[in-house]
Structure formats: C-alpha cells, structure tokens
Design a protein around this ligand. Structure first.
Ligand code: NAI
Length: 299
C-alpha cells in the first residue's frame, strides 16, 4: 500500500522549522499542496521571521507546490483568511496538522498567570481556532483529516511544564469530542505525541540523542494519521523510530453498598476501585455512565 497525497490540500501550522517543516516537506513530496503556516516566532513565542517562506522555497525547489502563511494560530480571523486563500487557490482543505507551539517553562510556583495563559492560547486555543476555520469546509467536502499535537508532558506530566501539559492534554480531549462530531462527515481526528530533536528540545537532549530523535522519524506517524486510511481518535507516540499508542482507560471499579459510600469506604475499597484488570478504553463519555448502569444492574 502506497500512501499518496496527490490532489490533497494540507495546512501545517508552525511549519517554518522542526517537526512542522518535516511534515510539510514530506506531504509535498507525496503530492499534497501545502500551506506552510508559521509566525516565525522564537521558542517563547516572541518575534517574527520569514521561516514559512523559506520552507515554501525548499518545497518548490524539490518540485512541490506550497504557499506560505505568516498568520498566528492565536488569531481566529487570520486562520479563516488562511483557509480562504487555500480554497481560492486550490479549491479545498483536506488535511490540517495543528503543530504550532511555544514554551514558557517554569515550576508552577514561579509561573506567572500570563505564561500559563499564553501557552494554553497558542497550543490549545490555537489548534481549536485552526480546526474551527477548516471544519465547515471539511464537513461540506465529506472529507477531513485533523491531527493535534500533544506531548508526553500532557499525557504523563513533566516538572516545569504545567502550562504546556495542561494545553497538551487538552488537545487529546479536543480530539475525543471532534472525532465523534466529525465521524458522519468522514472527518477523522487523531493526536500525536512526538519526541524529536528540534530547537524546542535542543537544550534537553544530549547531542547523540538529538540525532537519533530526528524529526524525520516522527513524519511517518503524522502522515499516516492524516492519510485516507487514517484511524480516528488514536493517540500515538513517535520518536527515534519507536511508535506506540496511549489510551485513556476506565477500570471496572467497585459498586459500594450505601453505608460504605463515605470517604472511609473509598479508602477501604481503593485497591478494588483502581484495579486495572478488565479495564476498558471508552470510545465516548457516555460509556462511563453505561458501565455504571450495567454495574447497578449487576451484569
Ligand atoms: P519548533 O519550535 O521548531 O516549532 C514550533 C513552530 O511553531 C515554530 O516554527 C514557531 O515559529 C511556530 N509558532 C509558534 N507560535 C506560533 C503561532 N502563534 N502561530 C503560528 N506559528 C507559531 O518546535 P517542534 O519541536 O518542531 O514542535 C512542534 C510541535 O510538537 C509543538 O506543538 C510542540 O509542542 C510539539 N512537541 C514537540 C516535542 C519535541 O520533542 N520536539 C515533544 C512533544 C511535543
């Protein structure tokens, strides 16, 4: 099976460098017309550059088709305009990779509210803005592939990244509702948690690891997740050639008799409540209530 993107129109946000650039180059190499969005910001989100334009030039030199967009994902109107321009030039938008991001790392004790808000604004609200800007088009086309970029910090936590982690797990949450709302219009929505040597991780990875974690090793997972054959509602991790899945699960839990529905009763039943044998991966929030109802009915 060859995964081909001929006649597909893709938007990659934050594609002026790092992972986004690698996604844009490979999408274009496989035939997609690509909007390379990037504000050209520094790692903390300040400043501007023509990074997007440079990636467009790289794509064109390699024989691909691309347009640059310098809009900020935090500005909904700019994202709407970006989508309009892609539609005017090429007739639609089939793929959106929400990849733009910044860091404002500090322990929570030292983190100013403004640094919390800005990181959530770029990652979470920014992805919602771009997705909202393409959503109606994807519904009309009866075709859409949307990828959110989460992170191990969002899924599992990391010291000094409360703002980033909150935004990143929020993106997995956004996926979980959008995949339900998009299903009847063939819109599939997934979450990727990459690990890559980029400027974002330049001071974290030792030199050798930096090379092993080249962004090109994340590209296959990202492209599969926006391909025609993509699943929906998957959370996939990718780094250095290792690809894995992550799940939000639910344990079978314990039905406590009325006299044990106390904090003390919870303490006493803790190991039964948290016992993972027989846990499930609910496909929607309603499944939580269904599991509870079936427990009440004794099945
Ligand atoms: P990067 O810093 O090279 O790329 C992020 C890009 O987003 C930059 O080019 C930046 O100019 C752009 N950007 C920032 N604010 C923007 C805005 N408001 N509008 C448009 N563009 C904006 O970093 P990297 O590593 O390539 O990160 C890509 C994504 O992957 C990010 O969402 C990041 O959080 C995520 N990620 C990366 C990991 C890694 O190991 N590199 C780990 C987990 C997640």
């Amino acid at each position: 099976m060859t995964i081909d993107f001929t006649d597909r129109i893709a938007i990659v946000t934050g594609a002026g460098g790092g992972l986004g650039r690698a996604y844009a180059l490979e999408l274009a190499r496989r035939g997609a017309k690509v909007v390379v969005n990037d504000l050209g910001a520094s790692r903390d989100g300040t400043g501007h550059s023509d990074a997007a334009l440079q990636v467009v030039q790289e794509i064109e030199v390699a024989g691909g088709i691309a347009m640059s967009n310098g809009g900020s994902v935090t500005e909904y109107d700019q994202m709407v305009e970006m989508v309009s321009k892609a539609k005017e030039a090429w007739g639609g938008v089939h793929i959106l990779i929400n990849n733009a991001g910044i860091l404002r790392d500090k322990s929570f004790a030292k983190m100013e509210p403004v640094d919390f808000d800005l990181v959530v604004k770029v990652h979470l609200s920014g992805s919602a803005n771009c997705t909202k800007a393409v959503w109606e088009t994807m519904r009309e086309q009866n075709y859409g592939r949307v990828l959110m970029t989460a992170s191990s910090t969002g899924l599992y936590g990391n010291f000094g990244q409360a703002n980033y982690g909150a935004a990143k797990l929020g993106l997995a949450g956004l996926t979980k509702t959008l995949y339900l709302e998009g299903a009847k219009n063939n819109i599939r929505v997934n979450t990727l948690a990459p690990v890559a040597g980029t400027r974002m991780t330049a001071d974290i990875f030792p030199e050798q690891a930096f090379a092993a974690f080249a962004p090109e090793n994340v590209v296959p997972a990202a492209l599969y997740l926006v391909s025609e054959e993509a699943p929906s509602n998957a959370i996939i991790g990718a780094g250095a050639g290792v690809y894995h899945a992550a799940y939000v699960t639910m344990t079978p839990g314990a039905l406590l008799p009325p006299d044990q529905r106390t904090p003390e009763g919870i303490a006493a039943a803790w190991s039964r409540i948290t016992d993972r044998s027989g846990e499930i991966v609910p496909q929607s929030g309603a499944e939580q209530s269904m599991v509870i109802m079936s427990k009440l009915q004794g099945s």
